[in-house]
Design a binder for this molecule. Structure first.
Ligand code: UGA
Length: 435
């Protein structure tokens, strides 16, 4: 089976490499010539555990190749995936579909024989039908169907999420398209992965509804954590006690400084817009977005209060900048809201992140100072702030830190340490939703 994957960003690259691993012949296409030249030598533009090996291995086996030209392989493909970026459009929160439509227009010219054109990018409801119209306009003779096949990959765990998903969602208009997609996903059938086959609009909505629901769980527990602090409850116990109810589930009930990343912030906003445009209300998701912003603001207050009401002139050592561990992605990371505000208020910021510092340098104010060594970051600190729960921060030499820092405030915004133990060691320990 021949597959072209348009867009060699995060989703396109992971999906392309995994389909190649499943046995398809995959060509990943991107208009960025430099990226393609790098990929052809096995050089990966992002950090994702396991991806580089998978790409190299499949290039070696002849299953995977890269091109910057639409003319090369689309004509021989059974399936053409669109996996280009859909950033939030400035001003209105809507997903920007410029790249999706451009890809549709370009690919249309090269279709030969029956082909299924599949949207993998997260796109508003109705996009697949729009893509269908564009292709039919550009190439009235084309023999094709459109489909929607949203991805549910988490950064940092994308390969295993792809290889062992909870489900695969296929939105189609014809049985012929469904059969081709099921054939592509056959290796997952062997491990009894449920394949949900549905119409185009339902598949498109499933993706937004799933992400919005997960974001809701996070905002819910973040809000409950505030109540925990007020009444003296422990948010971990509350999350566990709730989550063990099979109808609720334990996952995504971990408190933090607010969700970030390339998906939840963008998709929740887009869903609100989609609802508004269709005359429907989706007040829960509107609140989820508000609560998430409030959570970041609450973290700034927490830091200020822990330092006696002002951060002016205080040295804050920040561990973790990316929106979550095991990624170098800084998109919508809470650090982007929290750190500039602290700098504005006169704080001095020393920062460390295992993978995100290069990216952080381009998006955080220039005054942030970066350190390759965790302990060098913490020297002379008035306060230590854990913003991302990288494994490297779970087993810190706490006695050494305590000795070398100036103050004793430890703000653990991911709740990875035990409050009693931290206080025993002499820290003024602050976390979220636990006393
Ligand atoms: C998310 C979804 O989990 C994937 O299923 C989906 O495919 C992807 O978006 C997407 O739409 O492409 P991702 O953004 O990589 O994946 O990261 P998550 O692991 O979901 O974490 C998102 C944010 O929520 C992070 O900032 C994380 O720290 C935060 N989070 C997560 C919490 O604060 N608490 C939790 O309990 C879980």
């Amino acid at each position: 089976m021949n597959v072209t994957m348009i867009g060699s960003g995060y989703v396109g690259l992971v999906s392309g490499a995994c389909f190649a691993e499943f046995g398809a012949h995959v060509t990943c296409l991107d208009v960025d010539k430099k990226k393609i030249a790098d990929l052809n030598t096995g050089k990966i533009p992002i950090y994702e555990p396991g991806l580089e090996n998978l790409v190299r291995e499949n290039i070696r086996k002849g299953q995977l190749q890269f091109t910057d030209s639409y003319g090369d392989f689309i004509g021989q493909s059974d399936l053409v995936f669109i996996a280009v970026g859909t950033p939030s459009r400035h001003g209105d929160g809507h997903a920007d579909l410029t790249y999706v439509y451009k890809a549709a227009r370009e690919l249309a010219k090269h279709l030969r024989g029956y082909t299924v054109v599949v949207d993998k990018s997260t796109v508003p409801i109705g996009t697949a039908k729009h893509v269908k119209r564009i292709i039919a306009e550009e190439n009235p003779a084309a023999d094709f169907d459109v489909a929607s096949n949203p991805e549910f990959l988490r950064e940092g765990a994308a390969i295993s999420d792809f290889m062992r998903p909870d489900r695969v969602v296929i939105g189609v208009e014809t049985e012929r398209a469904a059969a081709l997609l099921r054939e592509l996903y056959r290796p997952l059938n062997l491990i009894e992965t449920p394949i949900v086959t549905t119409g185009l609009e339902s598949a498109e909505l499933i993706k937004y509804a799933a992400n919005a629901f997960l974001a809701t769980k996070i905002s819910f527990i973040n809000e409950i954590s505030m109540l925990c602090e007020a009444v003296g409850a422990d948010v971990h116990a509350v999350a566990k006690g709730m989550g063990l109810d099979g109808r609720i589930g334990r996952k995504f009930l971990h408190v933090g400084p607010g969700y970030g990343g390339s998906c939840f912030p963008k998709d929740t906003k887009a869903l609100v817009r989609i609802a508004q445009e269709n005359g429907a209300t989706i007040r829960i998701v509107e609140s989820v977005i508000e609560v998430n912003e409030a959570q970041k603001a609450r973290m700034i207050n927490k830091i200020r209060n822990a330092l006696g009401g002002s951060v002016t002139g205080k040295t804050l050592s920040v561990l973790g900048l990316t929106f979550k561990p095991e990624t170098d992605d800084m998109r919508d990371a809470p650090a982007l809201t929290i750190l500039p505000k602290l700098l504005d208020n006169g704080a001095i910021i020393r920062a460390h992140d295992p993978k995100g510092m290069n990216e952080a340098r381009t998006v955080l104010p220039e005054t942030v100072r970066y350190f390759d060594d965790i302990y060098a970051t913490l020297e002379q600190a008035d306060a230590v702030i854990i913003l991302t729960e990288w494994n490297a921060y779970r087993g810190l030499d706490l006695a050494r830190i305590k000795k070398n820092m100036r103050g004793s405030v430890f703000l653990d915004l991911r709740n990875i340490y035990e409050p009693a133990r931290m206080r025993e060691l002499g820290f003024e320990y602050h976390c979220i939703g636990r006393l």
